[in-house]
Design a binder for this molecule. Structure first.
Ligand SMILES: [Ca+2]
Ligand SMILES: [Ca+2]
Length: 217
């Protein structure tokens, strides 16, 4: 995996708690039309999953296309962690509970897209309602999964110590093959605890890490 992507996932792995609040009211405003569901569905997308999808975006006013993931990055489907604000809120919501192979057409109100500001770079005017055609290709366990937690929790006491996370960082950095100054390692470690160790006891508990074991049952 490319370094910057790995680094982003690493940081995201420890930042989900703060960035994925959403209310029921917001969800009601999105219109989701399921266009195609595969006959076999073994897995459905959920918050924290790493998903792989293509999506085309259109302005609702004149149906002009402002975004096409197929024409970006050599047409590879986009990878992102679902439900953490890597894409606009509306897409985070619209891609939940999807099977790989499923296609949806969704209508997203401005409040869950680019709002009053619009987005100059993608030529989205203020207060624009957006339509997306989405195709989900794959779902992988995201960085906030039970598996990721267990991998870091070497002594299986269901909590993550500074040593365990430091070790995990070392391993992750080794994988991407780039040397890092000890100061950078320390800075990331400090940042992770600042964002996740809510009760400041020097340990990240399963609850603080947001692992819900019942998901796996
Ligand atoms: Ca532990
Ligand atoms: Ca703690």
């Amino acid at each position: 995996m490319h370094f910057s992507l790995r680094y982003i996932f690493l940081i995201q792995a420890f930042s989900l708690l703060t960035s994925c609040e959403k209310s029921e009211i917001e969800e009601e405003k999105i219109k989701i039309e399921v266009v195609h569901v595969p006959s076999v569905c073994t897995q459905k997308s959920k918050r924290g999953d790493l998903v792989n999808a293509h999506y085309d975006g259109f302005l609702a006013t004149d149906l002009s296309k402002f975004y096409c993931s197929r024409s970006e990055r050599d047409g590879h489907p986009k990878w992102f962690v679902l439900g953490v604000g890597q894409v606009i809120k509306g897409l985070d919501i619209a891609l939940m509970d999807m099977c790989p192979g499923e296609k949806r057409k969704v209508v997203i109100p401005p409040s869950l897209a680019y709002g009053e500001q619009g987005y100059v770079l993608d030529k989205i005017p203020p207060n624009a309602t957006l339509i997306f055609e989405i195709e989900l290709y794959g779902i992988s366990k995201g960085p906030r999964s039970v598996e990721a937690f267990q991998q870091i929790d070497m002594n299986n006491d269901n909590q993550l110590s500074k040593e365990e996370i430091s070790h995990y960082l070392t391993e992750e950095f080794r994988k991407d093959g780039k040397q890092r100054a000890p100061s950078e390692h320390g800075r990331i470690l400090t940042d992770i605890f600042k964002k996740n160790d809510h009760n400041n006891d020097g340990i990240i508990s399963a609850k603080e890490y947001n692992v819900y074991r019942h998901d796996e049952l």
